[in-house]
Write a protein that binds this ligand. Structure first.
Ligand code: 5FU
Length: 254
């Protein structure tokens, strides 16, 4: 029996995860837009169009060629204007001592503006401690599975990811995964590799439709090219939002 987002609020303890669920309920959107473009102006224009339809914006801030700190100031303004949170998809994957510098220093200073970050678990639990040491209320998403063909996230790896999450409930909010990896409703499942008009990209990405993603356990679907390569990103984002939220409502009724 699938729990509603309202019921999930009762078991989800991390403040950022609670904030995200409240946005999902307010906007009737469990859509995360992955804005993988390389120019600041283009990124801001896209987010301004898509913002009304999303609960979460996912960035790869290190692909922006003309990055300045003003970009994150503007993104935060848009997040406030349109009521969404920001997830920097940095995929930290190094020693605790190194990731804490990558997270808080350098030119991006991710800890000063992101709501969510993610990390690979291949490193072991030290990565979680390192990130937590310098976090400013961020929620951490552990990468339990990947959508790429031939990835190495086998059952034993996923199990280790789960154990690391369970041991760090005050910081870990959920998982990047392609299907539900736990029956524990206090973790959120963020599912990438969603596109309703393509099945892959020739570079390993494997797509499923929004309803397939939700049926497999996605709480939040992550869509990149499906939206930013469309001729009308706002209308397409609205379509993804409605398909994913309807799939969620249908699951509740089934
Ligand atoms: F961890 C993962 C993963 O397993 N698959 C992904 O696709 C992350 N992603 C990210 O989601 C990827 O880096 C892109 O930023 C985004 C998917 O974009 P797409 O254009 O919808 O394929």
């Amino acid at each position: 029996m699938v729990k509603s987002f309202s019921d999930r609020l009762k078991c989800v303890s991390h403040p950022k995860a609670q904030e995200l669920i409240n946005i999902i309920l307010r906007k009737k959107s469990n859509l995360c837009f992955s804005a993988d473009v390389t120019e600041s102006q283009k990124l801001l224009e896209l987010v301004d169009k898509v913002g009304p339809h999303i609960c979460l914006l996912k960035t790869h801030i290190d692909i922006v060629s003309d990055f300045t700190p003003d970009l994150v100031t503007e993104l935060r303004k848009l997040a406030k204007k349109y009521d969404f949170l920001i997830f920097e998809d940095r995929k930290f994957a190094d020693l605790g001592n190194t990731v804490q510098k990558q997270f808080s220093e350098g030119i991006y200073k991710i800890s000063s503006w992101a709501d969510f970050i993610n990390a690979h678990v291949v490193v072991g639990p030290g990565i979680i401690t390192g990130l937590k040491n310098v976090a400013h209320n961020q929620g951490l998403i552990l990468i339990a599975q990947m959508s790429a063909a031939g990835n190495l996230c086998h059952q034993a790896y996923i199990k280790e990811a789960l154990m690391m999450a369970e041991d760090n409930r005050s910081f870990v909010c959920g998982f990047i995964c392609t299907e539900s990896v736990t029956s524990d409703e206090s973790f959120l499942n963020f599912v990438p590799g969603v596109n309703f008009s393509s099945s892959g990209d020739g570079l390993g990405q494997q797509f499923v439709s929004p309803s397939q993603a939700v049926q497999k356990g996605a709480d939040v679907i992550i869509v990149g090219r499906g939206i930013y390569q469309s001729s009308n990103p706002a209308a397409t984002a609205k379509e993804y939002k409605e398909l994913a939220y309807t799939a969620y409502l249908n699951l509740l009724e089934s």
